[in-house]
Design a binder for this molecule. Structure first.
Ligand code: HPA
Length: 273
């Protein structure tokens, strides 16, 4: 079956069952999947049930889509995502984003946990991604172009919408939260970086480092979705902070910042037209 057919089949399955048709999508990353709590008119779809959706490779949490009302707006929230380091193909990583597009989503807010390379940032900071550098050795657009979704050679200028970033800053001000801005470098993972890699990334112009988001942004921009992306700084990157990095630390900090992230996301969604 062609990729487009697989996407359409998944979209049709959801469309038939969903009671609302949102234009706003949110992707909640590592440790952030519960951030927004229960929605009004909530309707949940396990990825295990949606045809052709990426399935978990190991026992653990499958992804889930939640439809509902947030700040009086219809939203589709993706709780969890799949990563390159788990062994998923780029088509699998892009799949949920592309189905969002087929469902009529126009804007996506992606969230993640990231390490800070720039020493002006600190643990716990919420950071708008202004631009990215990609070191993941594959991307969802390689291979035959799905022309129905977008062009063969898409632009990544303004990939992280300046308009939405300005709106997010106003929203942060509304709720009294500090919102920083920076360049995110995506690495394939799953190992954290070496201090020498972090030093190199710093010289390349990266402020933040993480193992997700960029493939989704590439897929989203290809099909014309407007993108906003927010990192939660969970640690200073390797060699910058004194400590050894652990996934437990990443999850602990995201848990601690979940409340403020939710406050920010609500304020942003409230400002969306
Ligand atoms: N490196 C890569 N990915 C990450 C980090 C990091 O330091 N922290 C959270 N995700």
């Amino acid at each position: 079956m062609s990729e487009l057919k697989k996407l359409k089949r998944a979209a049709l399955f959801v469309q038939k069952r969903a009671k609302i048709s949102p234009k706003i999508g949110l992707v909640l990353g590592s440790g952030l999947s519960d951030a927004l709590g229960k929605l009004e008119r909530e309707q949940r779809f396990s990825w295990a049930k949606i045809p052709n959706f990426p399935q978990p490779t190991v026992v653990g949490h499958a992804g889930e889509w939640v439809f509902g009302i947030l700040e009086k707006k219809s939203v589709l929230i993706s709780r969890g995502r799949v990563h390159f380091y788990e062994g998923y193909s780029m088509s699998e990583i892009a799949f949920p984003i592309r189905v969002m597009k087929l469902l009529g989503i126009e804007r996506v807010i992606l969230t993640n946990a990231a390490g800070a390379i720039n020493t002006d940032l600190k643990v716990g900071d919420l950071v708008l991604i202004r631009d990215h550098i990609n070191t993941i050795p594959d991307n969802p657009l390689r291979g035959e172009n799905i022309a129905e979704l977008g062009p063969r050679f898409p632009n990544l200028l303004d990939a992280y919408s300046a308009r939405l970033r300005a709106l997010a800053k106003e929203a942060a001000r509304d709720v009294g939260l500090e919102l920083r801005e920076g360049v995110y470098i995506a690495t394939p993972g799953p190992m954290y970086e070496t201090p020498a890699e972090i030093e190199a990334y710093k010289r390349l112009g990266a402020d933040l480092v993480g193992m997700s988001t960029v493939p989704e942004v590439i897929a989203a921009r290809h099909c014309g979705l407007e993108v906003l992306a927010i990192s939660v700084v969970t640690n200073m990157a390797a060699g910058i902070g004194a400590d050894k990095l652990t996934h437990e630390e990443v999850l602990e900090i995201t848990k601690r910042r979940e409340h403020d992230l939710a406050k920010l996301l609500r304020a942003i969604v409230a400002r969306f037209s």
